[in-house]
Design a protein around this ligand. Structure first.
Ligand code: BF8
Ligand code: SF4
Length: 633
């Protein structure tokens, strides 16, 4: 683990503050975990049955296998794919929740939600083969929602709709040939858990393929989550806002929206606009919403809500002493928030039945009564504000301007100003002309095995220097937001000559009130589906399979099970994937070779691990160069 904790100036100030008050943050806890157990760290510890934990002790007679006889490769493969099962469950459950809500809207059961983007509804309906001619909006919405829900439980053997309607034909052929095309999200995830039960599959290759099938369910669930969220809440357009802890305002009621699902955060945004008066009556200048983690990315994209911080530094928002409430829904929420909130007046409000924190305030969010639920939450925040201790307020004066909202649609709208008939050609032409080398997607989390945000920033600036077009989601995008890479100055500071020229052309065409950013923020982690759609469009336009397009993905600070699932479907869809932490597959050279080498022969996509960000960037550039060079032959 790195000695330097973070490169974020605001976070550094708050960590000093934590020290001052004697609160041990996640950074201290990460240190306390060192040294790590080598077995766990490399993936050769099995806890799948109650006889375990079994560790692989190669030198000890009988120790080179688990008690049941499982070899290192079985243990490592099983552990890895069980991460995927967790990630795919989280993403697809998020998607299911959105689909259910859309269905209830279409059935007239929810008064506080509506179909906001009918154009997107029509596009999605057409994409998945639902008749739109002469039919009403709600009728079509009902069919789209039903089709989405059918992905989770259909009993007929039909390939998943969001995969077949998004992927290129040649890629679908690869998925079918390798027998990893799923037909039912819940079934594939359950089957994977069955497959990896004690005494079941011990063939690492078969286990990995089972894992990839579940990873594709992760993709399917997130693709439908993105589509249906856009239908319900609108498809983001470019917005200007700010990011970092300096976005928290001393004179306002501050509410952090933390978690993942826009079903709650969108309604809180709406309710907050109606409740400015109540906040003012309590003596505040108004209500200030800020985002943390992916629900922050959702409301940034659609509503221009500022970003407070990303995963690793979520506790630090409370340490400002000015956070009145932190409203959380699901995923990536640290249980430690509650104990820190006790040192302040901050209310932690959990809202979902599957995510509670002992001792925190739980307000069950009810979609049938969404606005009122949201108002109740905001009132808690206003009440808390009244108890705020001004002497404890310490907000770092650190923030950067953010230009975000680059859903694929809004990006294509900019390209359209240059080529109205075939917008994606603007990107592929620039690649073919050698102006830019290709596209890199930054995804994923923070991981305190390294210095917070450092890998994100170093790799991005290195790639920019090498004329790579950059898109980002999740906590990676938030790192860029905080560090000033999501604005035009970022281009001037870091972009190479080719990328600068490309941006200048886009800027001239886009005619926005502000310059386009160095990195295009595509949204939350489920919006990695937007980036994949971009890759698929590139493949179609270039007449290539995904395995040959100059497109790479990197998760410089991957942490969650969801990140493992995302990385895995990226590989299955033909994308080279860099991971900036050492992952627990290295305990089996066989499994490690399969995912880093053999995968390339089968899928064109593959993983590589590199903790040194400069080396990682160099390898990513090399991969793009190789793909361009092959295409030019
Ligand atoms: O879904 S990037 S730490 S917040 S898992 Fe979590 Fe990772 Fe952040 Fe968003 Ni994605
Ligand atoms: Fe040990 Fe086998 Fe049980 Fe794993 S499944 S804990 S290797 S006995």
């Amino acid at each position: 683990m790195s000695e330097k904790r973070t490169i974020d100036v605001a976070a550094t100030q708050m960590l000093d503050k934590a020290k001052e008050i004697g609160f041990l943050t996640t950074f201290d806890r990460a240190k306390a975990q060192e040294p790590r157990c080598t077995f766990g760290n490399t993936g050769i510890c099995c806890r799948i049955c109650l006889q375990g934990p079994c560790r692989i002790l190669p030198k000890k007679p009988g120790g080179n296998r688990g008690i049941c006889g499982a070899a290192d490769y079985t243990i490592v493969a099983r552990n890895t794919v069980r991460y995927i099962a967790g990630g795919a469950s989280a993403h697809s459950d998020h998607g299911r929740h959105i689909a259910e809500t859309l269905l209830h809207v279409a059935e007239g059961k929810l008064k506080d939600y509506q179909v906001t983007d009918t154009e997107k509804l029509m596009r999605v309906a057409k994409k998945i083969g639902i008749e739109t001619e002469g039919r009403g909006v709600m009728e079509i919405a009902k069919d789209v929602a039903t089709a989405a829900l059918d992905e989770y439980g259909r009993m007929h053997e039909e390939d998943l709709t969001w995969i077949t309607s998004n992927c290129t034909d040649s890629r679908l052929e690869v998925l079918r040939k390798t027998n990893i095309m799923p037909t039912n999200i819940n079934l594939s995830i359950a089957q994977l858990l069955h497959q990896t039960h004690v005494g079941n599959d011990s063939d690492p290759i078969n286990i990995i393929f089972g894992g990839l099938k579940a990873a594709l369910c992760d993709y399917d669930g997130m693709a439908l989550a993105t589509d249906l969220s856009d239908i319900l809440f609108g498809t983001g357009v470019p917005v200007v806002t700010e990011a970092n802890l300096g976005a928290i305002k001393a004179d306002k009621v501050n509410i952090a929206l933390h978690g993942h699902n826009p079903l709650l955060s969108q309604i809180v945004v709406k309710a907050a606009r109606e409740m400015e008066g109540e906040a003012k009556a309590a003596g505040a200048a108004g209500i200030n919403l800020v985002g943390i983690c992916c629900t922050g990315n959702e409301v940034l994209t659609r509503e221009g809500v500022a970003i407070a911080t990303n995963f690793a530094t979520q506790e630090l928002a409370i340490l400002t002493g000015a956070m009145d409430a932190m409203v959380v829904d699901v995923q990536c929420i640290m249980p430690s928030l509650r104990s820190l909130a006790e040192c302040y007046h901050t209310k932690i409000v959990t809202t979902m039945p599957i995510m509670k924190i002992p001792g925190s305030y739980h307000l069950a969010f009810d979609e049938h009564n969404a606005i009122n639920s949201a108002k109740e939450i905001i009132r808690l925040a206003i009440d808390a504000y009244k108890k705020r201790d001004a002497a404890k307020v310490c907000i770092p004066d650190v923030k950067n301007t953010v230009v975000a909202g680059f859903t694929l649609e809004s990006l294509l709208n900019i390209f359209k100003q240059i080529n109205a008939d075939n917008p994606i050609k603007v990107l592929t032409d620039a690649i073919e002309a050698g102006e830019i080398k290709g596209v890199a997607l930054f995804a994923g989390c923070n991981n305190l095995k390294g210095t917070h945000d450092e890998n994100h920033i170093t790799i991005a600036t290195e790639l920019a220097k090498n004329d790579v077009f950059l898109v980002a989601t999740g906590c990676a995008a938030q790192a860029f937001a905080k560090e000033g890479l999501l604005n035009g100055e970022g281009v001037q500071k870091y972009a190479g000559e080719g990328l600068k020229k490309f941006h200048a052309r886009l800027n001239a065409a886009a005619k926005l009130t502000t310059e386009l950013p160095l990195v295009f923020h595509m949204g939350s982690c489920v919006d990695n589906s937007r980036a994949q759609e971009l890759a698929n469009m590139m493949a179609r336009e270039m007449g290539l399979d995904n395995r040959d397009i100059p497109y790479v993905a990197t998760a410089p600070e991957a942490m969650s099970e969801k990140a493992v699932a995302i990385g895995s479907w990226n590989v299955a869809l033909g994308n080279p994937v860099h991971v900036g932490v050492v992952v627990p597959t290295v305990g089996s050279s066989l499994v490690n070779d399969v995912v880093t080498k053999i995968a390339e022969d089968v899928f064109g996509g593959f993983f590589f691990w590199e903790t040194d960000p400069v080396k990682a960037a160099a390898r990513l550039v090399e991969i793009l160069d190789e793909r361009n060079w092959k295409n030019a032959m």
